[in-house]
Design a protein around this ligand. Structure first.
Ligand code: ADP
Ligand code: MG
Length: 690
């Protein structure tokens, strides 16, 4: 059994389970073992009822005092059970578990584990899990992995399959040399994989994590640094001159460039007309106006008779760029002949686009990773731009660059990183920073609240819509896949929430939803309708996190905000406050624990992406490092450039040393590493599509 063995080879995985795993993007045993736990649950010594804390998941040891009659609300059966100990009493509520009437024995002691809520003076616990004292003792103080779930596949089932897979798995032999393992205090790869699924304690978990993160950084950096095209300083094959086109465009734009935009635009002009090929990163916080600067560079490219390409990580974003630029063309008479190329186009539409690109009829190509497919041949690619670069792997950047004769390269990112890390992560890219927001922006007003605030929030939303504004609502899940892992807090989902909002808001308000599982064509249609204001309230997953620009939207409400990394919430917040209207962010947390609220309060205090990321880090405990993901930070799965900055430097040092002694990995002692890195390179092409 190895990484490519289909999941169905595991005992107990039949067609139905296979399908469920498919929903989690797990098809092979390798993918199962790489589906690391989202976090870990620790079963502490059970508490007395008096010690239980409202808003937290607790374990309580108590005896059954009485089972009240079962109630029914439509299809839902509700059972209340009173339990007691010497310190007090607690009311348990069970949904759709009527059989407990018979199985819970009055007078017997059990351990009940679930979220505690104070209802007035009464303490309650919802849908707790039930353990016998012996059962619970066996679990106490162990770290129980919690996996991403889907309805029909429980956490326990996944644990069982992972255990089975680990026992039959033929691990790749260790690929680092002993000296490297020793120098960086890394545990063997096999031990790391086993431990990350079933750690004995935090110390071993953190050693396992350290190894996995090192691996991730090492292969990323190796790939990037060994790529000639991305690193060497090349002569300028596409020397450009300034023409009147950009000057006229700037004159017609309804706003002046900010000082920072103007400075970056000058840097780009100097690169494009200078002696060497441009290799530049524009870093600028969300809403700082990176797009217009890239459009100027693309315009200069077109005016000089070359083609430009603009690659975005999602179709929705690519289509948005295409439409913005088309509007510029009609409004300002720009010389662009743009063509769109995205996966959801029909074969015939794609063929037409390929033709325009190959003949040079199109002088600007906008799209997703469809731009780097083999079939696409450019006539004279002079400038390749990637938007939201951190979403792309090194290979994709390289493939795009390879579509021309050393075209100029421009990448854009909203991920704020300090200069020292930027040098490691981006190699020889020159850095331009847009460190100022357009002047017409009002600061966004934020609030962090609990779920009791919802009725007020809905009223507020209705009020904003009545004033002609639009609203985003974000939920963590697509469909009602049930709760989070056992004992977790309720999770909102896009589909049900949309219904809920339609009922709660006045009937004339148009509510629609958008999520990653929809067909790309449908996503584009909904996004178009939202941009055209045919939709007032858009309920969505984090698909809209990157780059979407609808300046009329003024409210961003995030449900289950506790589930998102702060950097991600900051990105989401960047979707509003893009126009002249006052904008608002409402972060709703289902988790009322002080620590969770405190973490979210950081967003309240600051609008500075870098500060937010570093403050977030200070608050995270050891178990959380594997938990809440700083999603959006490059294509790393668990490595966190902020938290693991030290490790990133070490991996960088190790890669440099390797490249200076054996750049092509030809020595026999590097054979296994070579094979491993080739495999890693292939999987890095695997595009993170949303
Ligand atoms: P991001 O840097 O997040 O990609 P965008 O490029 O999408 O930001 O710009 C956000 C919005 O700000 C757009 O609607 C854009 O037209 C507008 N914008 C850009 N530059 C300026 C400026 N100098 N003054 C006013 N508005 C601007
Ligand atoms: Mg953008």
């Amino acid at each position: 059994m190895d990484g490519n063995t289909p999941i169905t080879e595991l005992k107990g995985v039949g067609g139905k389970t296979q399908e469920l795993f498919g929903k989690l993007d797990i098809r092979t045993v390798g993918e199962l073992l790489e589906a690391w736990p989202r976090d870990y649950e620790v079963f502490k010594e059970p508490l007395k009822i008096r010690e239980a804390v409202s808003g937290e998941v607790c374990s309580v040891r108590a005896a059954v005092a009485g089972v009240a009659g079962e109630r029914r609300i439509r299809k839902l059966s509700i059972l209340n059970v009173n339990v007691v100990d010497e310190s007090g009493s607690l009311q348990l509520t069970f949904y759709n578990m009527p059989f407990l009437k018979k199985t819970l024995r009055p007078g017997s002691f059990y351990i009940f584990r679930g979220p505690v809520r104070a209802k007035g003076t009464l303490m309650g616990m919802e849908q707790p899990k039930i353990f016998s004292p012996e059962e619970y003792r066996r679990l106490t103080d162990r770290l129980i992995p919690r996996y991403a779930l889907t309805k029909g596949l429980t956490n326990q089932a996944i644990q069982k399959y992972v255990k089975q897979a680990l026992s039959f798995y033929k691990f790749e032999p260790e690929y680092y040399e002993d000296s490297l393992l020793e120098e960086y205090r890394l545990i063997p790869c096999r031990e790391a994989v086993e431990t990350v699924h079933f750690p004995n304690d935090y110390d071993s978990l953190s050693r396992a994590r350290r190894r996995l993160v090192f691996d991730e950084f090492f292969s990323f950096l190796f790939l990037m640094r060994s790529s000639q095209r991305l690193n060497r300083e090349l002569p300028n094959n596409h020397r450009m001159f300034e023409t009147a086109d950009t000057v006229r465009f700037l004159e017609k734009l309804p706003f002046p460039l900010t000082k920072a935009q103007d400075k970056v635009w000058r840097e780009l002009r100097e690169d494009l007309s200078g002696p060497s090929c441009m290799n530049r990163l524009i870093q600028g916080d969300v809403g700082s106006g990176k797009t217009i600067v890239a459009v100027l560079a693309l315009l200069m490219t077109a005016a000089n008779g070359y083609q430009g390409a603009l690659m975005a990580p999602t179709e929705v974003l690519a289509v948005q760029h295409f439409e913005t630029i088309q509007n510029y063309v009609t409004e300002y008479g720009l010389i662009f002949r743009p063509v769109l190329l995205v996966g959801s186009m029909t074969a015939r539409e794609k063929r037409a686009a390929y033709e325009e690109i190959e003949t040079g009829t199109a002088n600007l190509v906008i799209g997703t990773h469809a731009l780097i497919q083999e079939k696409v041949r450019y006539r004279s690619l002079g400038l390749a731009v990637t938007d939201e670069q951190h979403r792309f792997g090194v290979r994709q950047r390289e493939l795009l660059a390879g579509k021309g004769e050393n075209p100029h390269i421009l990448v854009m990112s909203a991920t704020p990183i300090p200069r020292t890390l930027a040098i490691i992560l981006y190699g020889d890219l020159h850095l331009s920073v847009i460190d100022e927001l357009p002047a017409n922006r009002l600061p966004i007003k934020n609030c962090v609240v609990n779920t009791a605030y919802r009725p007020k929030a809905y009223q507020f939303i209705a009020g904003q819509v009545a004033q002609g504004r639009q609203v985003y609502v974000i939920c963590p899940q697509v469909e009602g896949d049930g709760d989070d892992a056992e004992g977790g807090l309720p999770l909102e989902n896009v589909v049900d929430y949309t219904e809920k909002l339609k009922n709660a808001l006045p009937a004339n308000i148009q509510v629609a939803y958008l999520h990653g599982k929809m067909r790309p064509g449908d996503k584009n249609r909904i996004m178009d309708q939202f941009a055209a204001h045919a939709i007032d309230v858009l309920v969505s997953t984090t698909v809209i996190e990157v780059g979407i620009n609808v300046p009329n939207a003024t409210v961003m409400m995030v449900e289950n905000a506790e589930r998102f990394g702060l950097a991600q919430l900051h990105q989401l917040r960047g979707r509003v406050g893009r126009g002249e209207h006052q904008s608002f962010c409402i972060f709703i947390s289902a988790d009322e624990k002080a620590a969770s609220m405190e973490r979210l309060q950081i967003l309240n205090k600051s609008n500075d992406g870098f500060l937010i990321a570093s403050e977030d880090l200070k608050l995270r405990g050891p178990g959380e490092l594997l938990g809440i993901r700083q999603s959006g930070e490059f294509s790393f799965r668990i490595g966190d450039i902020y938290a693991d900055a030290g490790l990133l430097k070490q991996a960088s040092e190790a890669v440099d040393r390797l490249l200076s002694t054996d750049p092509d990995l030809e020595r026999p002692e590097h054979a296994r590493l070579k094979a491993h890195l080739e495999k890693a390179a292939d999987s890095s092409v695997d595009f993170r599509s949303i």
